[in-house]
Design a protein around this ligand. Sequence first.
Ligand SMILES: Cc1cc2nc3c(=O)[nH]c(=O)nc-3n(C[C@H](O)[C@H](O)[C@H](O)COP(=O)(O)OP(=O)(O)OC[C@H]3O[C@@H](n4cnc5c(N)ncnc54)[C@H](O)[C@@H]3O)c2cc1C
Length: 461
Amino acid sequence: MTSFDVDLFVIGGGSGGVRAARIAAGYGAKVMLAEEYRVGGTCVIRGCVPKKLMVYASRFADEFHDAQGFGWSVGETRFDWATLIRNKDREIDRLEGIYRTNLEKAGVEIVDSRAVIADAHTVHVLKTGARIRARTILVAVGAHPTLEPVIPGGELGITSNEVFHLEQQPKRILVVGGGYIAVEFAGVFAGLGSEVTLLHRGDMLLRGFDDDVRIALGEAYAQRGINLALGRTLTSLEKTPGGIAATLSDGSILTVDQVLVATGRRPNTKGLGLENAGIAVDEVGAIPVDGYSQTLIPSIYAVGDVTNRANLTPIAIREGHAFADTVFGNKPTIVDHDLIPTAVFSTPEIGVIGCGEAAARAIYGEIDVYKTAFRPMKATLSGGKDRVFMKLIVDKATDKVVGVHIMGHDAGEMIQLAGIAVTMGATKADFDRTVAVHPTAAEELVTMRTPVVVKKPQAVG
Ligand SMILES: Cc1cc2nc3c(=O)[nH]c(=O)nc-3n(C[C@H](O)[C@H](O)[C@H](O)COP(=O)(O)OP(=O)(O)OC[C@H]3O[C@@H](n4cnc5c(N)ncnc54)[C@H](O)[C@@H]3O)c2cc1C
């Protein structure tokens, strides 16, 4: 009979790996977890959490401005980057400690080392040289940001990993990318007073989001003074006495203090030894898995960003949890990746669940669209320029709300709650019979009564 050192070896102590390890240990499994950098992974150490703290920091300027319309005199204000970074780091250290303690309390043995796969049941712990035999291996190694595409001088750019540790706030920053990470950091630096250019090769930000939201965000960012350089790419970077000279595809040159490249992330599968177990990765380097997160090799599973399904923390956590339930809890569980509420922490914020209008038309055919755009009540006295935008998409055949799109203050908080209704299969009639909470911005979600008239293409002949 084959004997194993552990029931489960988890490679990667991020959102997915930590959850899987704790739940599996709770079912009585003997679990070892290897982490090569810091326990907590991308989300806690250099993703969602530090980013949101920076987003909070960036929004105080609006508050100071808005306060005056309500009678407050706000004296001179000053922002100190070093204080923010120091306090943020302290919080991240605290959270890492909690993650470690929780793993230890659950009985998980943590190994602070890189680990690679030696074969279908063996993990090589590089720091100690140990070869651990595991009944099951879970690959939860996440992904990393890339400086792509490769261009002359590209190494002068930084990624989201480095942006959290800059010694100084850049006075002028070029953010490259149109996805949520680029958009969020552009908002952060603009709020903190940097001169921001957001460069994106597409014509609109946030590909994959509803077009109305994409347009509304572009307008809001332009209104906030962010220089949108759309339909262009970065062709080279060069160090000059005045800073970093960035040449764009239209020949224009921009001189800035930092260039943040947020154009994409790649799964951390390079050098992981997957080939030793007979696992092939896909074209972006992700590990293919089935609904139970199992690879083609029965003893090896993979969860989170390394599988490139939906690269978000709550999804990695769910996948890790479902894996542990399936393999160690005798509760086979598949994670539904269909309806995922999500937020973009731009300023103004975005919250979304379900389909955008174009996707809904393709899936459902006949749909009703409800839209509203308005000035939030607070802006009446503050003079704030941001508007709120909301959009509901309803499948005509079933009356189900299949898309909710919100842009405005606290849209992330709103979409979490609207997400419950949509996940439950709420109809437009359910939204209509929900009593409004007045006066709020969110009440508009239940008071939109008239669908927008969609112009049908003229029949020919
Ligand atoms: C800037 C930024 C902002 C984000 N904001 C949000 C947000 O607001 N909301 C949201 O839901 N998601 C957000 N995300 C995405 C989120 O962070 C990821 O989806 C999530 O962390 C994925 O979890 P994971 O467990 O798959 O991987 P990770 O959390 O990346 O964990 C993988 C871990 O494995 C370790 N590792 C890698 N290789 C090895 C090895 N061979 N041996 C040992 N250890 C190894 C790594 O060091 C890492 O700690 C953000 C990401 C970034 C970069």
